[in-house]
Design a protein around this ligand. Structure first.
Ligand SMILES: Nc1ncnc2c1ncn2[C@@H]1O[C@H](COP(=O)(O)OP(=O)(O)OP(=O)(O)O)[C@@H](O)[C@H]1O
Ligand SMILES: [Mg+2]
Length: 233
């Protein structure tokens, strides 16, 4: 019984999110229930406006749900104090944003170093590790650039590198390959596969059908409900 529970990294119970907009209530997520196992690579799909980003923001503790609970391993993430939230963000759950939100007055390599700098790890090691991850996303020749001097796809690759360096157990990615050509998207996806082999869990929102089909399975949101769709062969 206990072993069984531990293989789930995420348990979502009766999760709803309503927004209020000019006196109107918008029901985006309606009473979702699902679980994700450790080491799974899952595509989050659904039309624009269906609530993919909303769901990822709830799991990343950036917004509070209207109802329901989110369990990370067996820890209830709802109603944590800000110290506990910061700790989860620093060590357990990372999010690659849809609009990559890099820090504009830090260089590329400094942006990538940040998640480990705030953990007070050895600076030289962090630098070397950052260089290595940036070479994986083909940005070795942009280490000292500032985000404003990069293309959209390059910025996105920096954001991916920054999130991946943290090697948290749960990685959430909001259309991480949205601005990338197919070859680069595939390389990013291959990096996700590598993380999966390290038993990391990845939930990525995407409109790219081909990449979604390569995931272990899809979670598809529509009309506020979520359902699991076939897996890869
Ligand atoms: N702060 C807010 N106030 C009111 N409505 C909101 C707010 N944030 C999101 N919404 C609404 O929630 C719905 C879901 O938005 P969300 O960003 O989660 O969609 P998405 O599936 O990520 O879409 P896309 O594929 O375009 O990124 C949208 O209709 C949006 O208008
Ligand atoms: Mg979105």
């Amino acid at each position: 019984m206990h072993l069984n529970m531990n293989k789930y990294i995420l348990n979502i119970k009766n999760l709803s999110k309503n927004f209020y907009y000019q006196n109107r209530q918008v029901k985006v997520l309606k009473n979702l229930n699902f679980s994700i196992k450790k080491g799974e690579l899952i595509a989050l799909t659904g039309p624009s406006g269906s609530g993919k980003s909303t769901l990822l923001h709830l799991i990343a503790l950036m917004e509070k749900p209207s109802t329901g609970k989110i369990f990370f391993s067996d820890k209830n993430l709802i109603n944590l104090n800000s110290r506990e939230v910061n700790k989860i963000r620093k060590y357990n759950i990372s999010l690659i944003f849809q609009n990559n939100n890099l820090i504009s007055d830090l260089s590329v390599i400094e942006n990538v170093m940040l998640p480990l700098l705030i953990r007070n790890e050895n600076k030289n090691k962090i630098y070397e590790k950052s260089k290595k991850i940036l070479s994986l996303v083909n940005l070795s020749n942009r280490l000292d650039f500032f985000p404003g001097d990069l293309s959209g796809g390059e910025q996105q690759r920096v954001a991916i590198a920054r999130s991946l360096i943290a090697e948290t157990d749960l990685i959430l990615a909001d259309e991480p390959t949205g601005n990338l050509d197919f070859k680069t998207s595939k390389e990013i996806f291959n990096y996700f596969l590598k993380l999966k082999r390290m038993n990391k869990t990845i939930l990525f929102a995407t409109h790219n059908r081909e990449l979604a089909n390569k995931a272990d399975y899809k979670l598809s949101i529509s009309n506020g409900n979520i359902k699991r769709v076939n897996g890869k062969k």
